[in-house]
Design a protein around this ligand. Structure first.
Ligand code: UD1
Ligand code: UDP
Length: 363
């Protein structure tokens, strides 16, 4: 007998990856109970829509197909969030779920949380409590508001629990561990054949740098974007630099006319998650402004340079796995010389964060 009906709201690449182990935990929970205790319906906002930014993850990670795709993409933050809010509300009214699950800090997260809260539907926020302390970032606003609307807050780190406490949120706050670590283990269990990506891109194990770049604060600021591309260009003299490129970044490189800084970089289309894991595991070093990639560097034991001025994942810095280098060419090059491996980070858990979350939601 169904005890709880959940609508999972996703829309951006990292959310598909986070949702994969959680959906799997739902299926396993039902299997262990011998009946369907939890019904999960997946709603895709449409925020990411290219095949390589969306569909590939559902296929590769066996995520149940979304029952709804709202097709909301592009536009200003307000317009995008507003259109999502209206369309998510219509689905929630139709489906009348007991609970909505949202992930992380995108516009989809905030729209989902707002739509649910206006209908008095409980919200579970996975990856709650993270803070960059930089309110210029749209993500910081999205995560603060979502945390304050949520009934269940699942924190990946101890610091995240502390951050919520400082904002007066203590009820139903759980240190679950990081579902992205679960996703990394899921990837390892799925296949190794994606090592083919190395062959395809002409890279040798341990002999290249992997970079990703998509944060609005970097891509939409010509000076910062130019500076980071210049640093990557300089690094490519030492070793090939492979850059699976986010659609935002390629658009901005063209808009600012910075193509002259890219010929020495191996710019490739966005890759699937299993391909990305293969690229991460075999890199000499990872340079990124992605939240997820900073941690994956640690999961795979690869030193990381973060191309931002702050990070929500401060334990990666404190344990010595990650160096904050911002966008300054010299700082980035210096950090690359200093890179070293760090000490273990236990607070991400043992790979059962998703299971813990589902057991908490349906004891
Ligand atoms: C969003 C999130 C960010 C997250 C990132 C993950 C917000 C505010 N930002 O940023 O926190 O780290 O996703 O990747 O929600 N585009 C395409 N094809 C796609 C997807 C996007 O062309 O499949 C284009 C969009 O049309 C837009 C640009 O890329 O012009 C940016 O997309 P958007 O979803 O607004 O923000 P992201 O930079 O992806
Ligand atoms: N990723 C991927 N293919 C790529 C680039 C990234 O599968 O070409 C994965 C990466 O391994 C991580 C997630 O996408 O799991 C991170 O997403 P992104 O950097 O877009 O967003 P963020 O984590 O910064 O919100």
């Amino acid at each position: 007998m169904i005890r709880i009906k959940i609508i999972t709201i996703v829309g951006a690449r990292p959310q598909f990856i986070k949702a994969a182990p959680v959906s799997r935990a739902v299926i396993e929970h039902n299997k262990a109970a011998g009946e369907q205790r939890i019904e999960e319906i997946i709603l895709h906002s449409g925020q990411h829509f290219d095949e390589k930014m969306s569909e590939v993850f559902f296929k590769e990670l066996n995520i149940p197909a979304p029952q709804y795709n709202l097709g909301v993409q592009g536009g200003s933050h307000g317009a995008m969030t507003g259109r999502m809010l209206e369309r998510i509300e219509a689905v929630l009214l139709k489906e009348n779920p007991d609970l909505v699950i949202v992930y992380g800090d995108t516009n989809t997260t905030l729209a989902g949380a707002l739509a649910a809260s206006k209908l008095n539907i409980k919200i579970a926020h996975i990856e709650a409590g993270l803070r960059s302390w930089n309110k210029q970032m749209p993500e910081e606003i999205n995560r603060i508001l979502t945390d304050h609307l949520s009934a269940f807050l699942f924190c990946p780190t101890v610091q995240a629990v502390e951050n919520l406490k400082k904002e007066g949120i203590q009820k139903n706050v759980f240190h679950s561990g990081d579902v992205m670590f679960d996703a990394a283990l899921l990837a390892a269990s799925l296949s190794d054949k994606h090592n083919l990506i190395l062959k395809k891109t002409g890279l040798q194990k341990g002999a290249y740098f992997l970079a990703t770049l998509h944060r609005a604060e970097n891509t939409d600021n010509e000076i910062r974007l130019k500076s980071i591309l210049s640093a990557l260009n300089e690094l490519s003299v030492q070793k090939p630099v492979v850059l699976p490129i986010h659609p935002r970044t390629i658009k901005k490189i063209r808009a600012f006319g910075l193509e002259s800084l890219t010929p020495n970089l191996k710019i490739i289309d966005p890759v699937s998650f299993l391909e990305m894991v293969a690229l991460e595991k075999n890199a000499a070093l990872i340079l990124t402004d992605s939240g997820g990639v900073q941690k994956e560097a640690y999961f795979h034991g690869i030193p990381c340079i973060t191309l931002r001025d702050e990070t929500e994942w401060i334990e990666t810095i404190e344990t010595g796995w990650n160096i904050l280098a911002g966008c300054d060419v010299n700082k980035i090059l210096k950090a690359c010389q200093k890179r070293s491996k760090g000490t273990p980070i236990l607070e991400y858990g043992t790979g059962n964060a998703s299971q813990k979350i589902i057991n908490t939601l349906n004891p």
